[in-house]
Design a protein around this ligand. Structure first.
Ligand code: ACO
Ligand code: KIV
Length: 567
């Protein structure tokens, strides 16, 4: 019988389902995103206001410089009326001339006259700046927080906009470009017709037109619906707003349901021109939408995010330092473990994929870094964000031959034949089962060396001399057998068969089943590896030899197989 789930007993009846938007001719589902939206980083405002310990001025400056380096052109730098620290930070950016000419800073304020005046004052001397005004428009806020009806709520926004314009005229005469942003806070819970009415009333005051845009930012202040509902709301607003060509429609998703990314992406498909968020999703509660994931999602689809993520680890470290909060190891694109595979089948496919990529790029005469990426389990090339392949494959008890042999290839250029890969992965498996935990490249090499390359077994080769005549190959070798040094001779078609023939003189019955050799390095210091699969005294085993001389490497591989069979 199929298992039957039981009722949770939790009071789920306290929560109402979200009302869908009546938009049967919605167009966003068939849209694709083929260009980056405008980005606004609110790390220094929404991100900062949600920190356990808000950033001190030094950390704020570090964050600001990082955002500028990455290429953000719109940066919300604070809430200057909130505190002297916030005010002073904005002043320091302006007075110390730290804002590049192509970067627009913005500052947030409530719609209160005294706060607006102080906010505008913080911007004196800025070449480019935006004031961002908000008031909550959702029913529960009108009823509980502000105790106003719709009309009075709208008037808060309208009056606030008038104050912004008046104070800007009074204090910001020298500002080259003064921008204005308005947010009906809790937009997603606001009746759409009312959100539209308030935005229209604000626009009537600001009077957007050519060269005078207005940013209308529609926040999912607390994410409460599936992302398709937000997309419907955005498309509805985009269709119904007047003066749309002078409106920069902006989305500001939070992540309460864990779908902030989808909300932002569907919002852009629905007509948003701009996205507000924070690096690695810092911000109130579960955070603002994560700008790193959004940008890299575009990148992984072949769209230029217009933001530089090449040093993702440095970005992460700086954000961790500034926010004093860790980024989770599984965080998309930037977490420690996100390009790492422990499991055998993943490792196998990645190894094959990376090898194929190299071969295909070589065949096409294109550098690997430019060749179209198509490697299983890795959505992007980790090298594009400054990671190397070191961490891509890591070995523990879940790993198989692909991962183990990948590490030997990566660290020691050993290209193990398939059946040797299988044999050695069983050796590793015994160790991981017994010892647990992760096995480093060094540990794997240590086990490989002990298993195949040790020279202290019952049989060892000390020296060899050979002649190649018309009758065939003749070898004479000094070998150590059970501590005794013997000279043995043999003939064959090559050094390997001649040595096998010679070994019969010391009672070793050796038959080569498979053999492979390859160079490990180039130049005068070149070394080679030889792999022999052999039937020794009735048992099939692999042996490995590594030496500057390829013949010595192959004879060592034979001794390695004999020793393993006798061990
Ligand atoms: C969704 C968001 O992230 S919005 C941004 C939120 N960020 C912050 O609040 C951080 C900075 N804020 C602060 O430092 C302070 O709240 C200040 C300085 C702005 C105001 O401080 P105070 O005057 O002490 O007010 P308080 O913090 O209690 O805020 C609540 C008051 O502001 C009013 N208010 C809240 N938002 C707004 C708004 N957007 N416009 C006008 N009034 C508002 C409330 O109705 C309430 O008024 P009341 O005291 O008359 O009931
Ligand atoms: C001020 C607004 C944009 C905000 O932060 C929110 O609604 O989340």
């Amino acid at each position: 019988m199929v298992p039957q789930q039981q009722t949770s007993g939790m009071p789920f009846h306290r929560y109402a389902p979200f009302k869908p938007v009546d938009l049967p001719d919605r167009t966003w589902p068939s849209k694709t995103i083929d260009a980056a939206p405008r980005w606004l980083s609110t790390d220094l405002r929404d991100g900062n206001q949600a920190l356990i310990e808000p950033m001190d001025p030094e950390r704020k400056r570090e964050m600001f410089d990082l955002l500028v380096r990455m290429g953000y052109k719109e940066i919300e730098v604070g809430f200057p009326a909130a505190s002297q620290t916030d005010f002073d930070f904005v002043r320091s950016l302006i007075e110390e001339d730290r804002i590049p000419a192509d970067v627009q800073i913005s500052v947030l304020t409530q719609a209160r006259e005294d706060l607006i005046e102080r906010t505008v004052q913080s911007l004196v001397g800025a070449e480019r700046a935006t004031v961002h005004l908000y008031n909550a428009t959702a029913p529960v806020f009108r009823r509980v927080v502000f105790k106003v009806d719709r009309e009075a709520c709208k008037q808060i926004a309208v009056e606030g906009t008038r104050h912004v314009m008046r104070f800007a005229e009074q204090y910001l005469g020298d500002t080259e470009y003064f921008g204005y942003e308005y947010s009906p806070e809790i937009f997603i819970d606001t009746e759409l017709d009312f959100a539209l009415e308030v935005c229209e009333a604000v626009m009537d005051v600001w009077r957007p037109g050519p060269g005078r845009e207005i940013i209308l930012n529609l926040p999912a202040t607390v994410e409460r619906a599936t992302p398709n509902v937000y997309a419907d709301q955005i498309e509805w607003m985009s269709r119904n707003l007047t003066r749309r060509e002078h409106v920069c429609l902006s989305v500001h998703p939070h992540n309460d349901r864990g779908t902030g990314i989808a909300s932002a992406e569907l919002g852009v498909m629905a007509g948003a021109d701009r996205v507000e968020g924070c690096l690695f999703g810092h911000g109130e509660r579960t955070g603002n939408v994560d700008l790193v994931t959004l940008g890299m999602n575009l990148y992984s689809q072949g769209v230029d995010p217009m933001i530089d993520f090449t040093g993702i680890d440095e970005i992460r470290r700086t954000v961790e330092h500034c926010t004093q909060l860790p980024v989770a190891p599984r965080h998309p694109y930037g977490g420690d473990l996100v390009y790492t595979a422990f499991s055998g089948s993943h490792q196998d496919a990645i190894k094959k994929g990376l090898n194929a990529l190299e071969d295909d790029a070589k065949a096409a005469g294109v550098p690997v870094s430019e060749y179209p990426w198509d490697v299983p389990y890795l959505p992007i090339d980790p090298k594009d964000v400054g990671r190397d392949y070191e961490a891509v494959i890591r070995v523990n008890s879940q790993s198989g031959k692909g991962g183990v042999s990948y590490i030997l290839q990566r660290d020691h250029a050993l290209d193990l034949p398939r059946r040797l890969q299988i044999e050695f992965s069983h050796v590793i498996q015994k160790h991981t089962d017994a010892e647990g935990g992760e096995f480093s490249g060094e540990r794997i090499w240590e086990i490989f060396s002990e298993t195949y390359l040790g020279e202290d077994g019952p049989v060892g080769i000390l020296a060899h001399r050979s002649t190649n005549t018309e009758e065939g190959y003749r070898i004479s070798a000094d070998v150590r057998v059970e501590g005794e040094i013997r000279e043995i001779t043999g003939t064959g078609q090559g050094p390997l068969s001649a040595f096998c023939d010679a070994l019969t003189q010391v009672d070793v019955k050796f038959r080569v089943v498979d053999y492979k050799e390859h160079a490990l390095s180039e130049g005068t210091d070149a070394r080679a590896a030889a792999y022999v699969e052999a039937e020794v005294d009735g048992e099939t085993v692999w042996g490995v030899g590594v030496h500057h001389n390829i013949t010595t490497a192959s004879l060592r591989a034979v001794c390695s197989a004999v020793n393993r069979a006798r061990r």
